[in-house]
Structures are given as structure tokens and as C-alpha cells.
Write a protein that binds this ligand. Structure first.
Ligand SMILES: Nc1ncnc2c1ncn2[C@@H]1O[C@H](COP(=O)(O)OP(=O)(O)OP(=O)(O)O)[C@@H](O)[C@H]1O
Ligand SMILES: [Mg+2]
Length: 232
């Protein structure tokens, strides 16, 4: 494993017990990601994308196989250590932004810092800085229902980034957005990657996947390398 490898997966399998049957959801997956990569995982509905994302993000564990994240063997870690990795290493973006409706944009972005024990003053400063970065400097006091879908998704991106995670994990980040707004979010991802942020983006849409530098395909739980796109 080279020192720039960010995570390494080998022979990853995931089974779900369904009554008497075992459903084989992820099949012998091997995947390596280097620091600073921008990877898209492209596959149809039900192919196992979210299952894979949950494993990458340490929200779930594989049934078998090896997963090393930043040099640490995930299967050897306790729940507490996993929770610590989730909050310090990983920024999650879900299909629907999952903002808390009773909190302003700024407070939503501050949330991960509250859990991390950052002081109120510093939280506020960092939340405002991130909201500026995603172009929402004039919307900080708005509540989610006072924001458009694209603006809500940008708040979610700011929230995912405010703890300065080493990797951004996004599951269908443009799924709820129109084409134009989706492109704005993709432009933002591009900037983040240009700044060196590692990104894994999950999508069923090949037009969205094409924004990433590297695409892997997942079909029926099997992953195959799809080659680069941006150099083409
Ligand atoms: N907890 C579970 N128990 C049993 N089966 C599950 C569970 N979670 C997911 N599955 C099954 O695993 C398969 C993959 O699900 P997954 O959510 O990873 O798909 P996906 O590629 O993210 O699909 P979509 O694009 O629709 O979000 C599906 O067939 C689903 O029914
Ligand atoms: Mg999914």
C-alpha cells in the first residue's frame, strides 16, 4: 500500500439475512482510493451503492473482507473509535439534504462542531466561513424551508465540510436538484477537489458521474473499474 493511499478495500462482501435466504449484496469488492482522488461510483438502483457508501463511511461493517481507512483496520475498531472516525474523517452528504428544519442555515452547519466540542465563538466563525464558501453568505439566518433545494444542498455541503474531514462522501448529491442547480453543486465539488479534497460521489446518473476524474461501475453488487473521464 503506497503512503498516498487513502483507503483500501479487498474481498469485501456484504450479506443480508432475509428469512432463510442470505442476500449477497456486495460481491468481493476491491477498491483503492488515493488521497486527493475524485471518484464516482456509478450504478443502477438496487446495485449496492448506498450499502457500499455506508461501509466506506463506517456507518456499517462488511460481512467479510478487509477495509483499511487512513492506515487503520476498520474491523478492529470499537463502536466508539468508529464514531470518532466518522466525525473527524468523513463528511457525509445525503440525497435529501437532511437539514434540521428548526435551525437556521448557520446553526445547521454548526451542528457537527457542537458534537465535536468546539467553542460557540469558533463554531460560528467556521460555519459562516463555510457558508460563504458555498455562496450562501446572504442566507445564513434562513431556515431550510426558506431556501431552495439547491441552497439546502449547499448548506448540507457546508455542514459536511465544516469539520474539515479528509474525505467527502456524497450519495446522489444532485438527486433532488434540477439540472442547472445540479451543475452548480458539481462546480463546487470540482473546486473542493482542486483544493485537494478527496471525494467519493455515488450516483445512478452517468452525466453526473462524468464530473468525477475516475468512475467505477457497480452492477448487482460487483464493482468494475470504468476508466478516467475528465482526460477524455
Ligand atoms: N438492511 C437491509 N436488509 C436487507 N436487504 C437490504 C438492506 N439494505 C439494502 N438491502 C438490499 O440491498 C440491495 C442494495 O441496496 P442499496 O441501498 O445499496 O442500493 P442502491 O444502489 O443504493 O440503490 P438506489 O440507487 O435505489 O439508492 C437492494 O436490493 C436492497 O434491497
Ligand atoms: Mg442508494
Amino acid at each position: 500500500m503506497s503512503e498516498t493511499t487513502f483507503f483500501h478495500m479487498d474481498h469485501i462482501n456484504k450479506y443480508y439475512q432475509m428469512g432463510d435466504e442470505q442476500a449477497h449484496i456486495l460481491k468481493d469488492i476491491a477498491l483503492d482510493i488515493k488521497e486527493g482522488e475524485y471518484l464516482s461510483v456509478l450504478g443502477p438502483s438496487g446495485s449496492g451503492k448506498s450499502t457500499l457508501m455506508n461501509i466506506i463511511g463506517c456507518l456499517d461493517t462488511p460481512s467479510s473482507g478487509q477495509y483499511t481507512l487512513h492506515g487503520r483496520e476498520i474491523e478492529e475498531l470499537s463502536e466508539v473509535e468508529l464514531a470518532d472516525i466518522r466525525s473527524s474523517e468523513i463528511g457525509f452528504i445525503f440525497q435529501n439534504s437532511q437539514l434540521l428544519p428548526r435551525l437556521t442555515a448557520q446553526k445547521n452547519v454548526e451542528l457537527p462542531l457542537i458534537y465535536a466540542g468546539v467553542s460557540p465563538r469558533e463554531r460560528k466563525r467556521r460555519a459562516r466561513e463555510m457558508l460563504e464558501k458555498v455562496g450562501l453568505q446572504d442566507r445564513m439566518g434562513h431556515y431550510p424551508n426558506q431556501l431552495s433545494g439547491g441552497q439546502q444542498q449547499r448548506v448540507a455541503i457546508a455542514r459536511a465540510l465544516v469539520g474539515n474531514p479528509s474525505i467527502l462522501l456524497a450519495d446522489e448529491p444532485t438527486g433532488a436538484l434540477d439540472q442547472k442547480t445540479g451543475r452548480q453543486v458539481m462546480a463546487l465539488f470540482q473546486n473542493l477537489n482542486d483544493e485537494g479534497r478527496t471525494i467519493v460521489m455515488i450516483t445512478h446518473d452517468m452525466n453526473i458521474a462524468a464530473f468525477a476524474r475516475r468512475v467505477v461501475h457497480i452492477v448487482d453488487g460487483t464493482l468494475t473499474e470504468g476508466g478516467g473521464t475528465s482526460d477524455a
